[in-house]
Design a protein around this ligand. Structure first.
Ligand code: FE2
Length: 380
């Protein structure tokens, strides 16, 4: 078990690091989690065993779904306001972690809500709450980032709230918790992490620190993700869990790119899992971005490090771990895609697309969205 510090936050890394919870002091803690998986795998029971002590109260709020909605956040917020915890513990995939961040923000700063959160300059520091994040999937790295992605069903859109005070105070990176992940979820979430690392690595906002984290994460995920999906050894699960966290440290400083912009557009409309959308879109974006000289140079570095063309390597990994070749094959119906094309392309221009190393024109975006849906080559 190692303690790393990044932005003054603690990261506990290693198999069985969940036991660190025994050392956490609190009075009232609210656990925010998803559906049943954390109960079934015994993680919630372990947390209770490690944390329950006389004079302290634990409350569990479950039911945060894949692509958490603002309504789910409001229900949890209501419960928090009644229970009045000073400690929040988010347990599960990126969704409960992201939902917990929004709950925490509105709980600590009651003047904020979904109607004004994008208009105000947000507070950067929490003083009344302690926030622990325990990821059960190896992908979003929400446990070390300052980002919360929430779905707005009425707008068919996913939007990110970003402020430093969303970054958890303690992240527990325990590969044991990921052992029950089915192979296809390990694959999709792992590809999300690879996308974070690759987008961060070519973002013009990156520097030597973020590059080092991103490059290590790229190489590590390419090596260990197939093992994690095919053999699910504890070593491979712990490795991917750590590398996805590094990718998060990198992208939460450097930024992402167009894969996330386009993926959020599809995710918002069709409830397409975030990791799956990214996994499909990633190699297309690399073909698009390689025409930028600085990006091409970085891809050359990566190709040298991994021993073959990095874009082919990413495609090959996707094929090996069962990622569909295009969005159509991922299950989005063609009639829906055609009917929604205008909304999809407009929404794809939002979010991280704005910080893509190549500024994407609307014309290019139309062609790009067409290519990722039908599986056609990006050569423009
Ligand atoms: Fe992501």
């Amino acid at each position: 078990m190692k303690v790393l510090r990044f932005h003054g936050k603690n990261i506990i890394n290693g198999a069985n690091s969940l036991e660190y919870l025994k050392q956490v002091s609190y009075k009232k803690a609210m656990i925010i989690t998803g559906g049943k998986s954390m109960f079934r795998s015994g993680v919630i029971d372990k947390i209770k065993t490690y944390m329950e002590k006389p004079g302290c109260e634990l409350k569990i709020h479950s039911g945060i779904s894949k692509n958490p909605t603002k309504d789910q956040v409001m229900v949890a917020l209501e419960e928090a306001r009644e229970f009045k915890p000073e400690t929040f513990i988010a347990v599960g995939g990126g969704s409960p972690l992201d939902a917990a961040k929004a709950v925490l923000l509105f709980y600590e700063f009651p003047e904020l809500n979904f109607d004004n959160v994008f208009d105000k300059s947000l507070p950067t520091e929490r003083t009344r709450t302690n926030f622990i994040a325990i990821p059960s999937t190896s992908g979003t790295a929400s446990e070390v980032t300052h980002v919360s992605v929430i779905t707005y069903p009425e707008k068919n859109l996913k939007l990110a709230i970003k402020t430093e005070c969303l970054r958890p105070d303690l992240a527990i990176i325990d590969g044991n918790i990921t052992m029950s992940l089915p192979a296809h979820i390990a694959a999709q979430t792992g590809m999300d992490a690879l996308t974070h690392a690759l987008e961060s690595y070519i973002n013009t906002n990156g520097d030597d620190f973020t590059d080092a984290l991103a490059k290590e994460a790229i190489e590590g995920i390419l090596e260990w993700l197939p093992v994690s999906c095919e053999q699910a050894t504890l070593e491979s699960r712990q490795k991917v869990h750590a590398f996805q966290c590094m990718a998060g440290m990198s992208f939460s400083n450097a930024g992402l790119g167009m894969v996330h912009g386009v993926s959020h557009a599809f995710g918002g409309l069709y409830n397409l899992a975030h990791g799956l959308g990214n996994a499909v879109i990633l190699p297309y974006s690399m073909d698009y971005n390689k025409k930028d000289a600085a990006v091409a140079a970085k891809y050359k570095n990566l190709s040298k490090a991994v021993g073959s063309d990095i874009i082919e390597k990413v495609r090959e990994l996707g094929r090996r771990i069962g990622i569909p070749a295009c969005i159509k094959d991922a299950g989005v119906a063609e009639k829906d895609f055609q009917a929604d094309f205008a909304t999809l392309t407009e929404n794809s221009m939002l979010g991280s697309t704005a910080v893509n190393p190549i500024k994407v024109s609307m014309d290019d975006m139309k062609k790009f969205v067409h290519c990722v849906y039908y599986g056609e080559k990006v050569d423009f």
